[in-house]
Design a protein around this ligand. Sequence first.
Ligand code: DAH
Length: 337
Amino acid sequence: MSIIKQLEQLGIKAQTDIKQADSGDVLEKLRVGLLGKKGALTSILRGLKELSVEEKREVGGLANRLKGTIEESIATKREALSGGSGGSTIDYTLPGKPHAHGHRHLVTLVMDEFISIFQRMGFEIADGPEIETDHYNFGALNFPDDHPARDEHDTFYVDGGLLLRTHTSNVQIREFEKRTPPVKIIAPGRVFRNESVNARSFCVFHQVEGFLVDENVTFGDLKGALEAFCYEYFEEGVNLRFRPSFFPFTEPSAEVDVQCFLCSGKGCTLCKYEGWLEILGCGMIDPEVFRSVGYDSEKYTGYAFGVGIERMALLKYRINDIRLLYENDARFIRQFR
Ligand code: DAH
């Protein structure tokens, strides 16, 4: 058998033996048997002197590479036998630790759902400032200076005669000033009220304001839009009730209730035995508002509505305490993805 052939076979056998070695001692014996002074590789190389210079070079190179490979395999095996990298006890075959993925908060989920529903109905999205002047939050919306409706808003005042907006209705005025009808907009955002915190109210919450101004807009259009929205958000065919109400910036004004879906209107603890759950305020935009932004109230009519996001989230997901939304208890938050 040629020396080259012998070397090749030695290599193959060496790898099998190294793989099967089950202790450091066995491995050391193997090493000596292969690479030691009287080892197999050494004795094959003894035959080298019978070869020509050219053959010597070729066989010598091969033998050196083989020696390197065997040494490497032995070292790797030794490490494996001693229990992994540098003798440490890490098991690299264990599955990795899973990384927790974040997700949208329930308030964001509901807000995004509102936005998507209204976008499909052709509403544009607008944004407005959270720090506002009295004019945009109250004055231009037809709240007279001494009107009790202002008290209901429990306003946070900040330096410089400014305030934290108490509702998203400020965006109505800001957008009307920038545009001429037709306008069809929703404005989602954060609002602030200096109220005591309890299961039903929080000092910071979110609303979506909606408004449409054009020629010949009627209360029927408002009802149709809100019905379409509620059918999407709650379920097709939910019963709605429009109750007369008052807001300074709408006339006539209404509050909208959905029939309690827990008791189907029979009366239960959720609806406080009313059979109905209040969900939003709305109305036809008061001509006084149009006057304050320079719209022709003889030519244009419009509707507006304001929905509280948290309230709608609590109702749909049967959550009985608004504070849960802001305590950041992951066990609660993770339930809504
Ligand atoms: N801004 C009102 C509030 O926060 C909600 C509201 C009622 C908005 C009627 C409207 C509306 O646009 O027409 O209490």
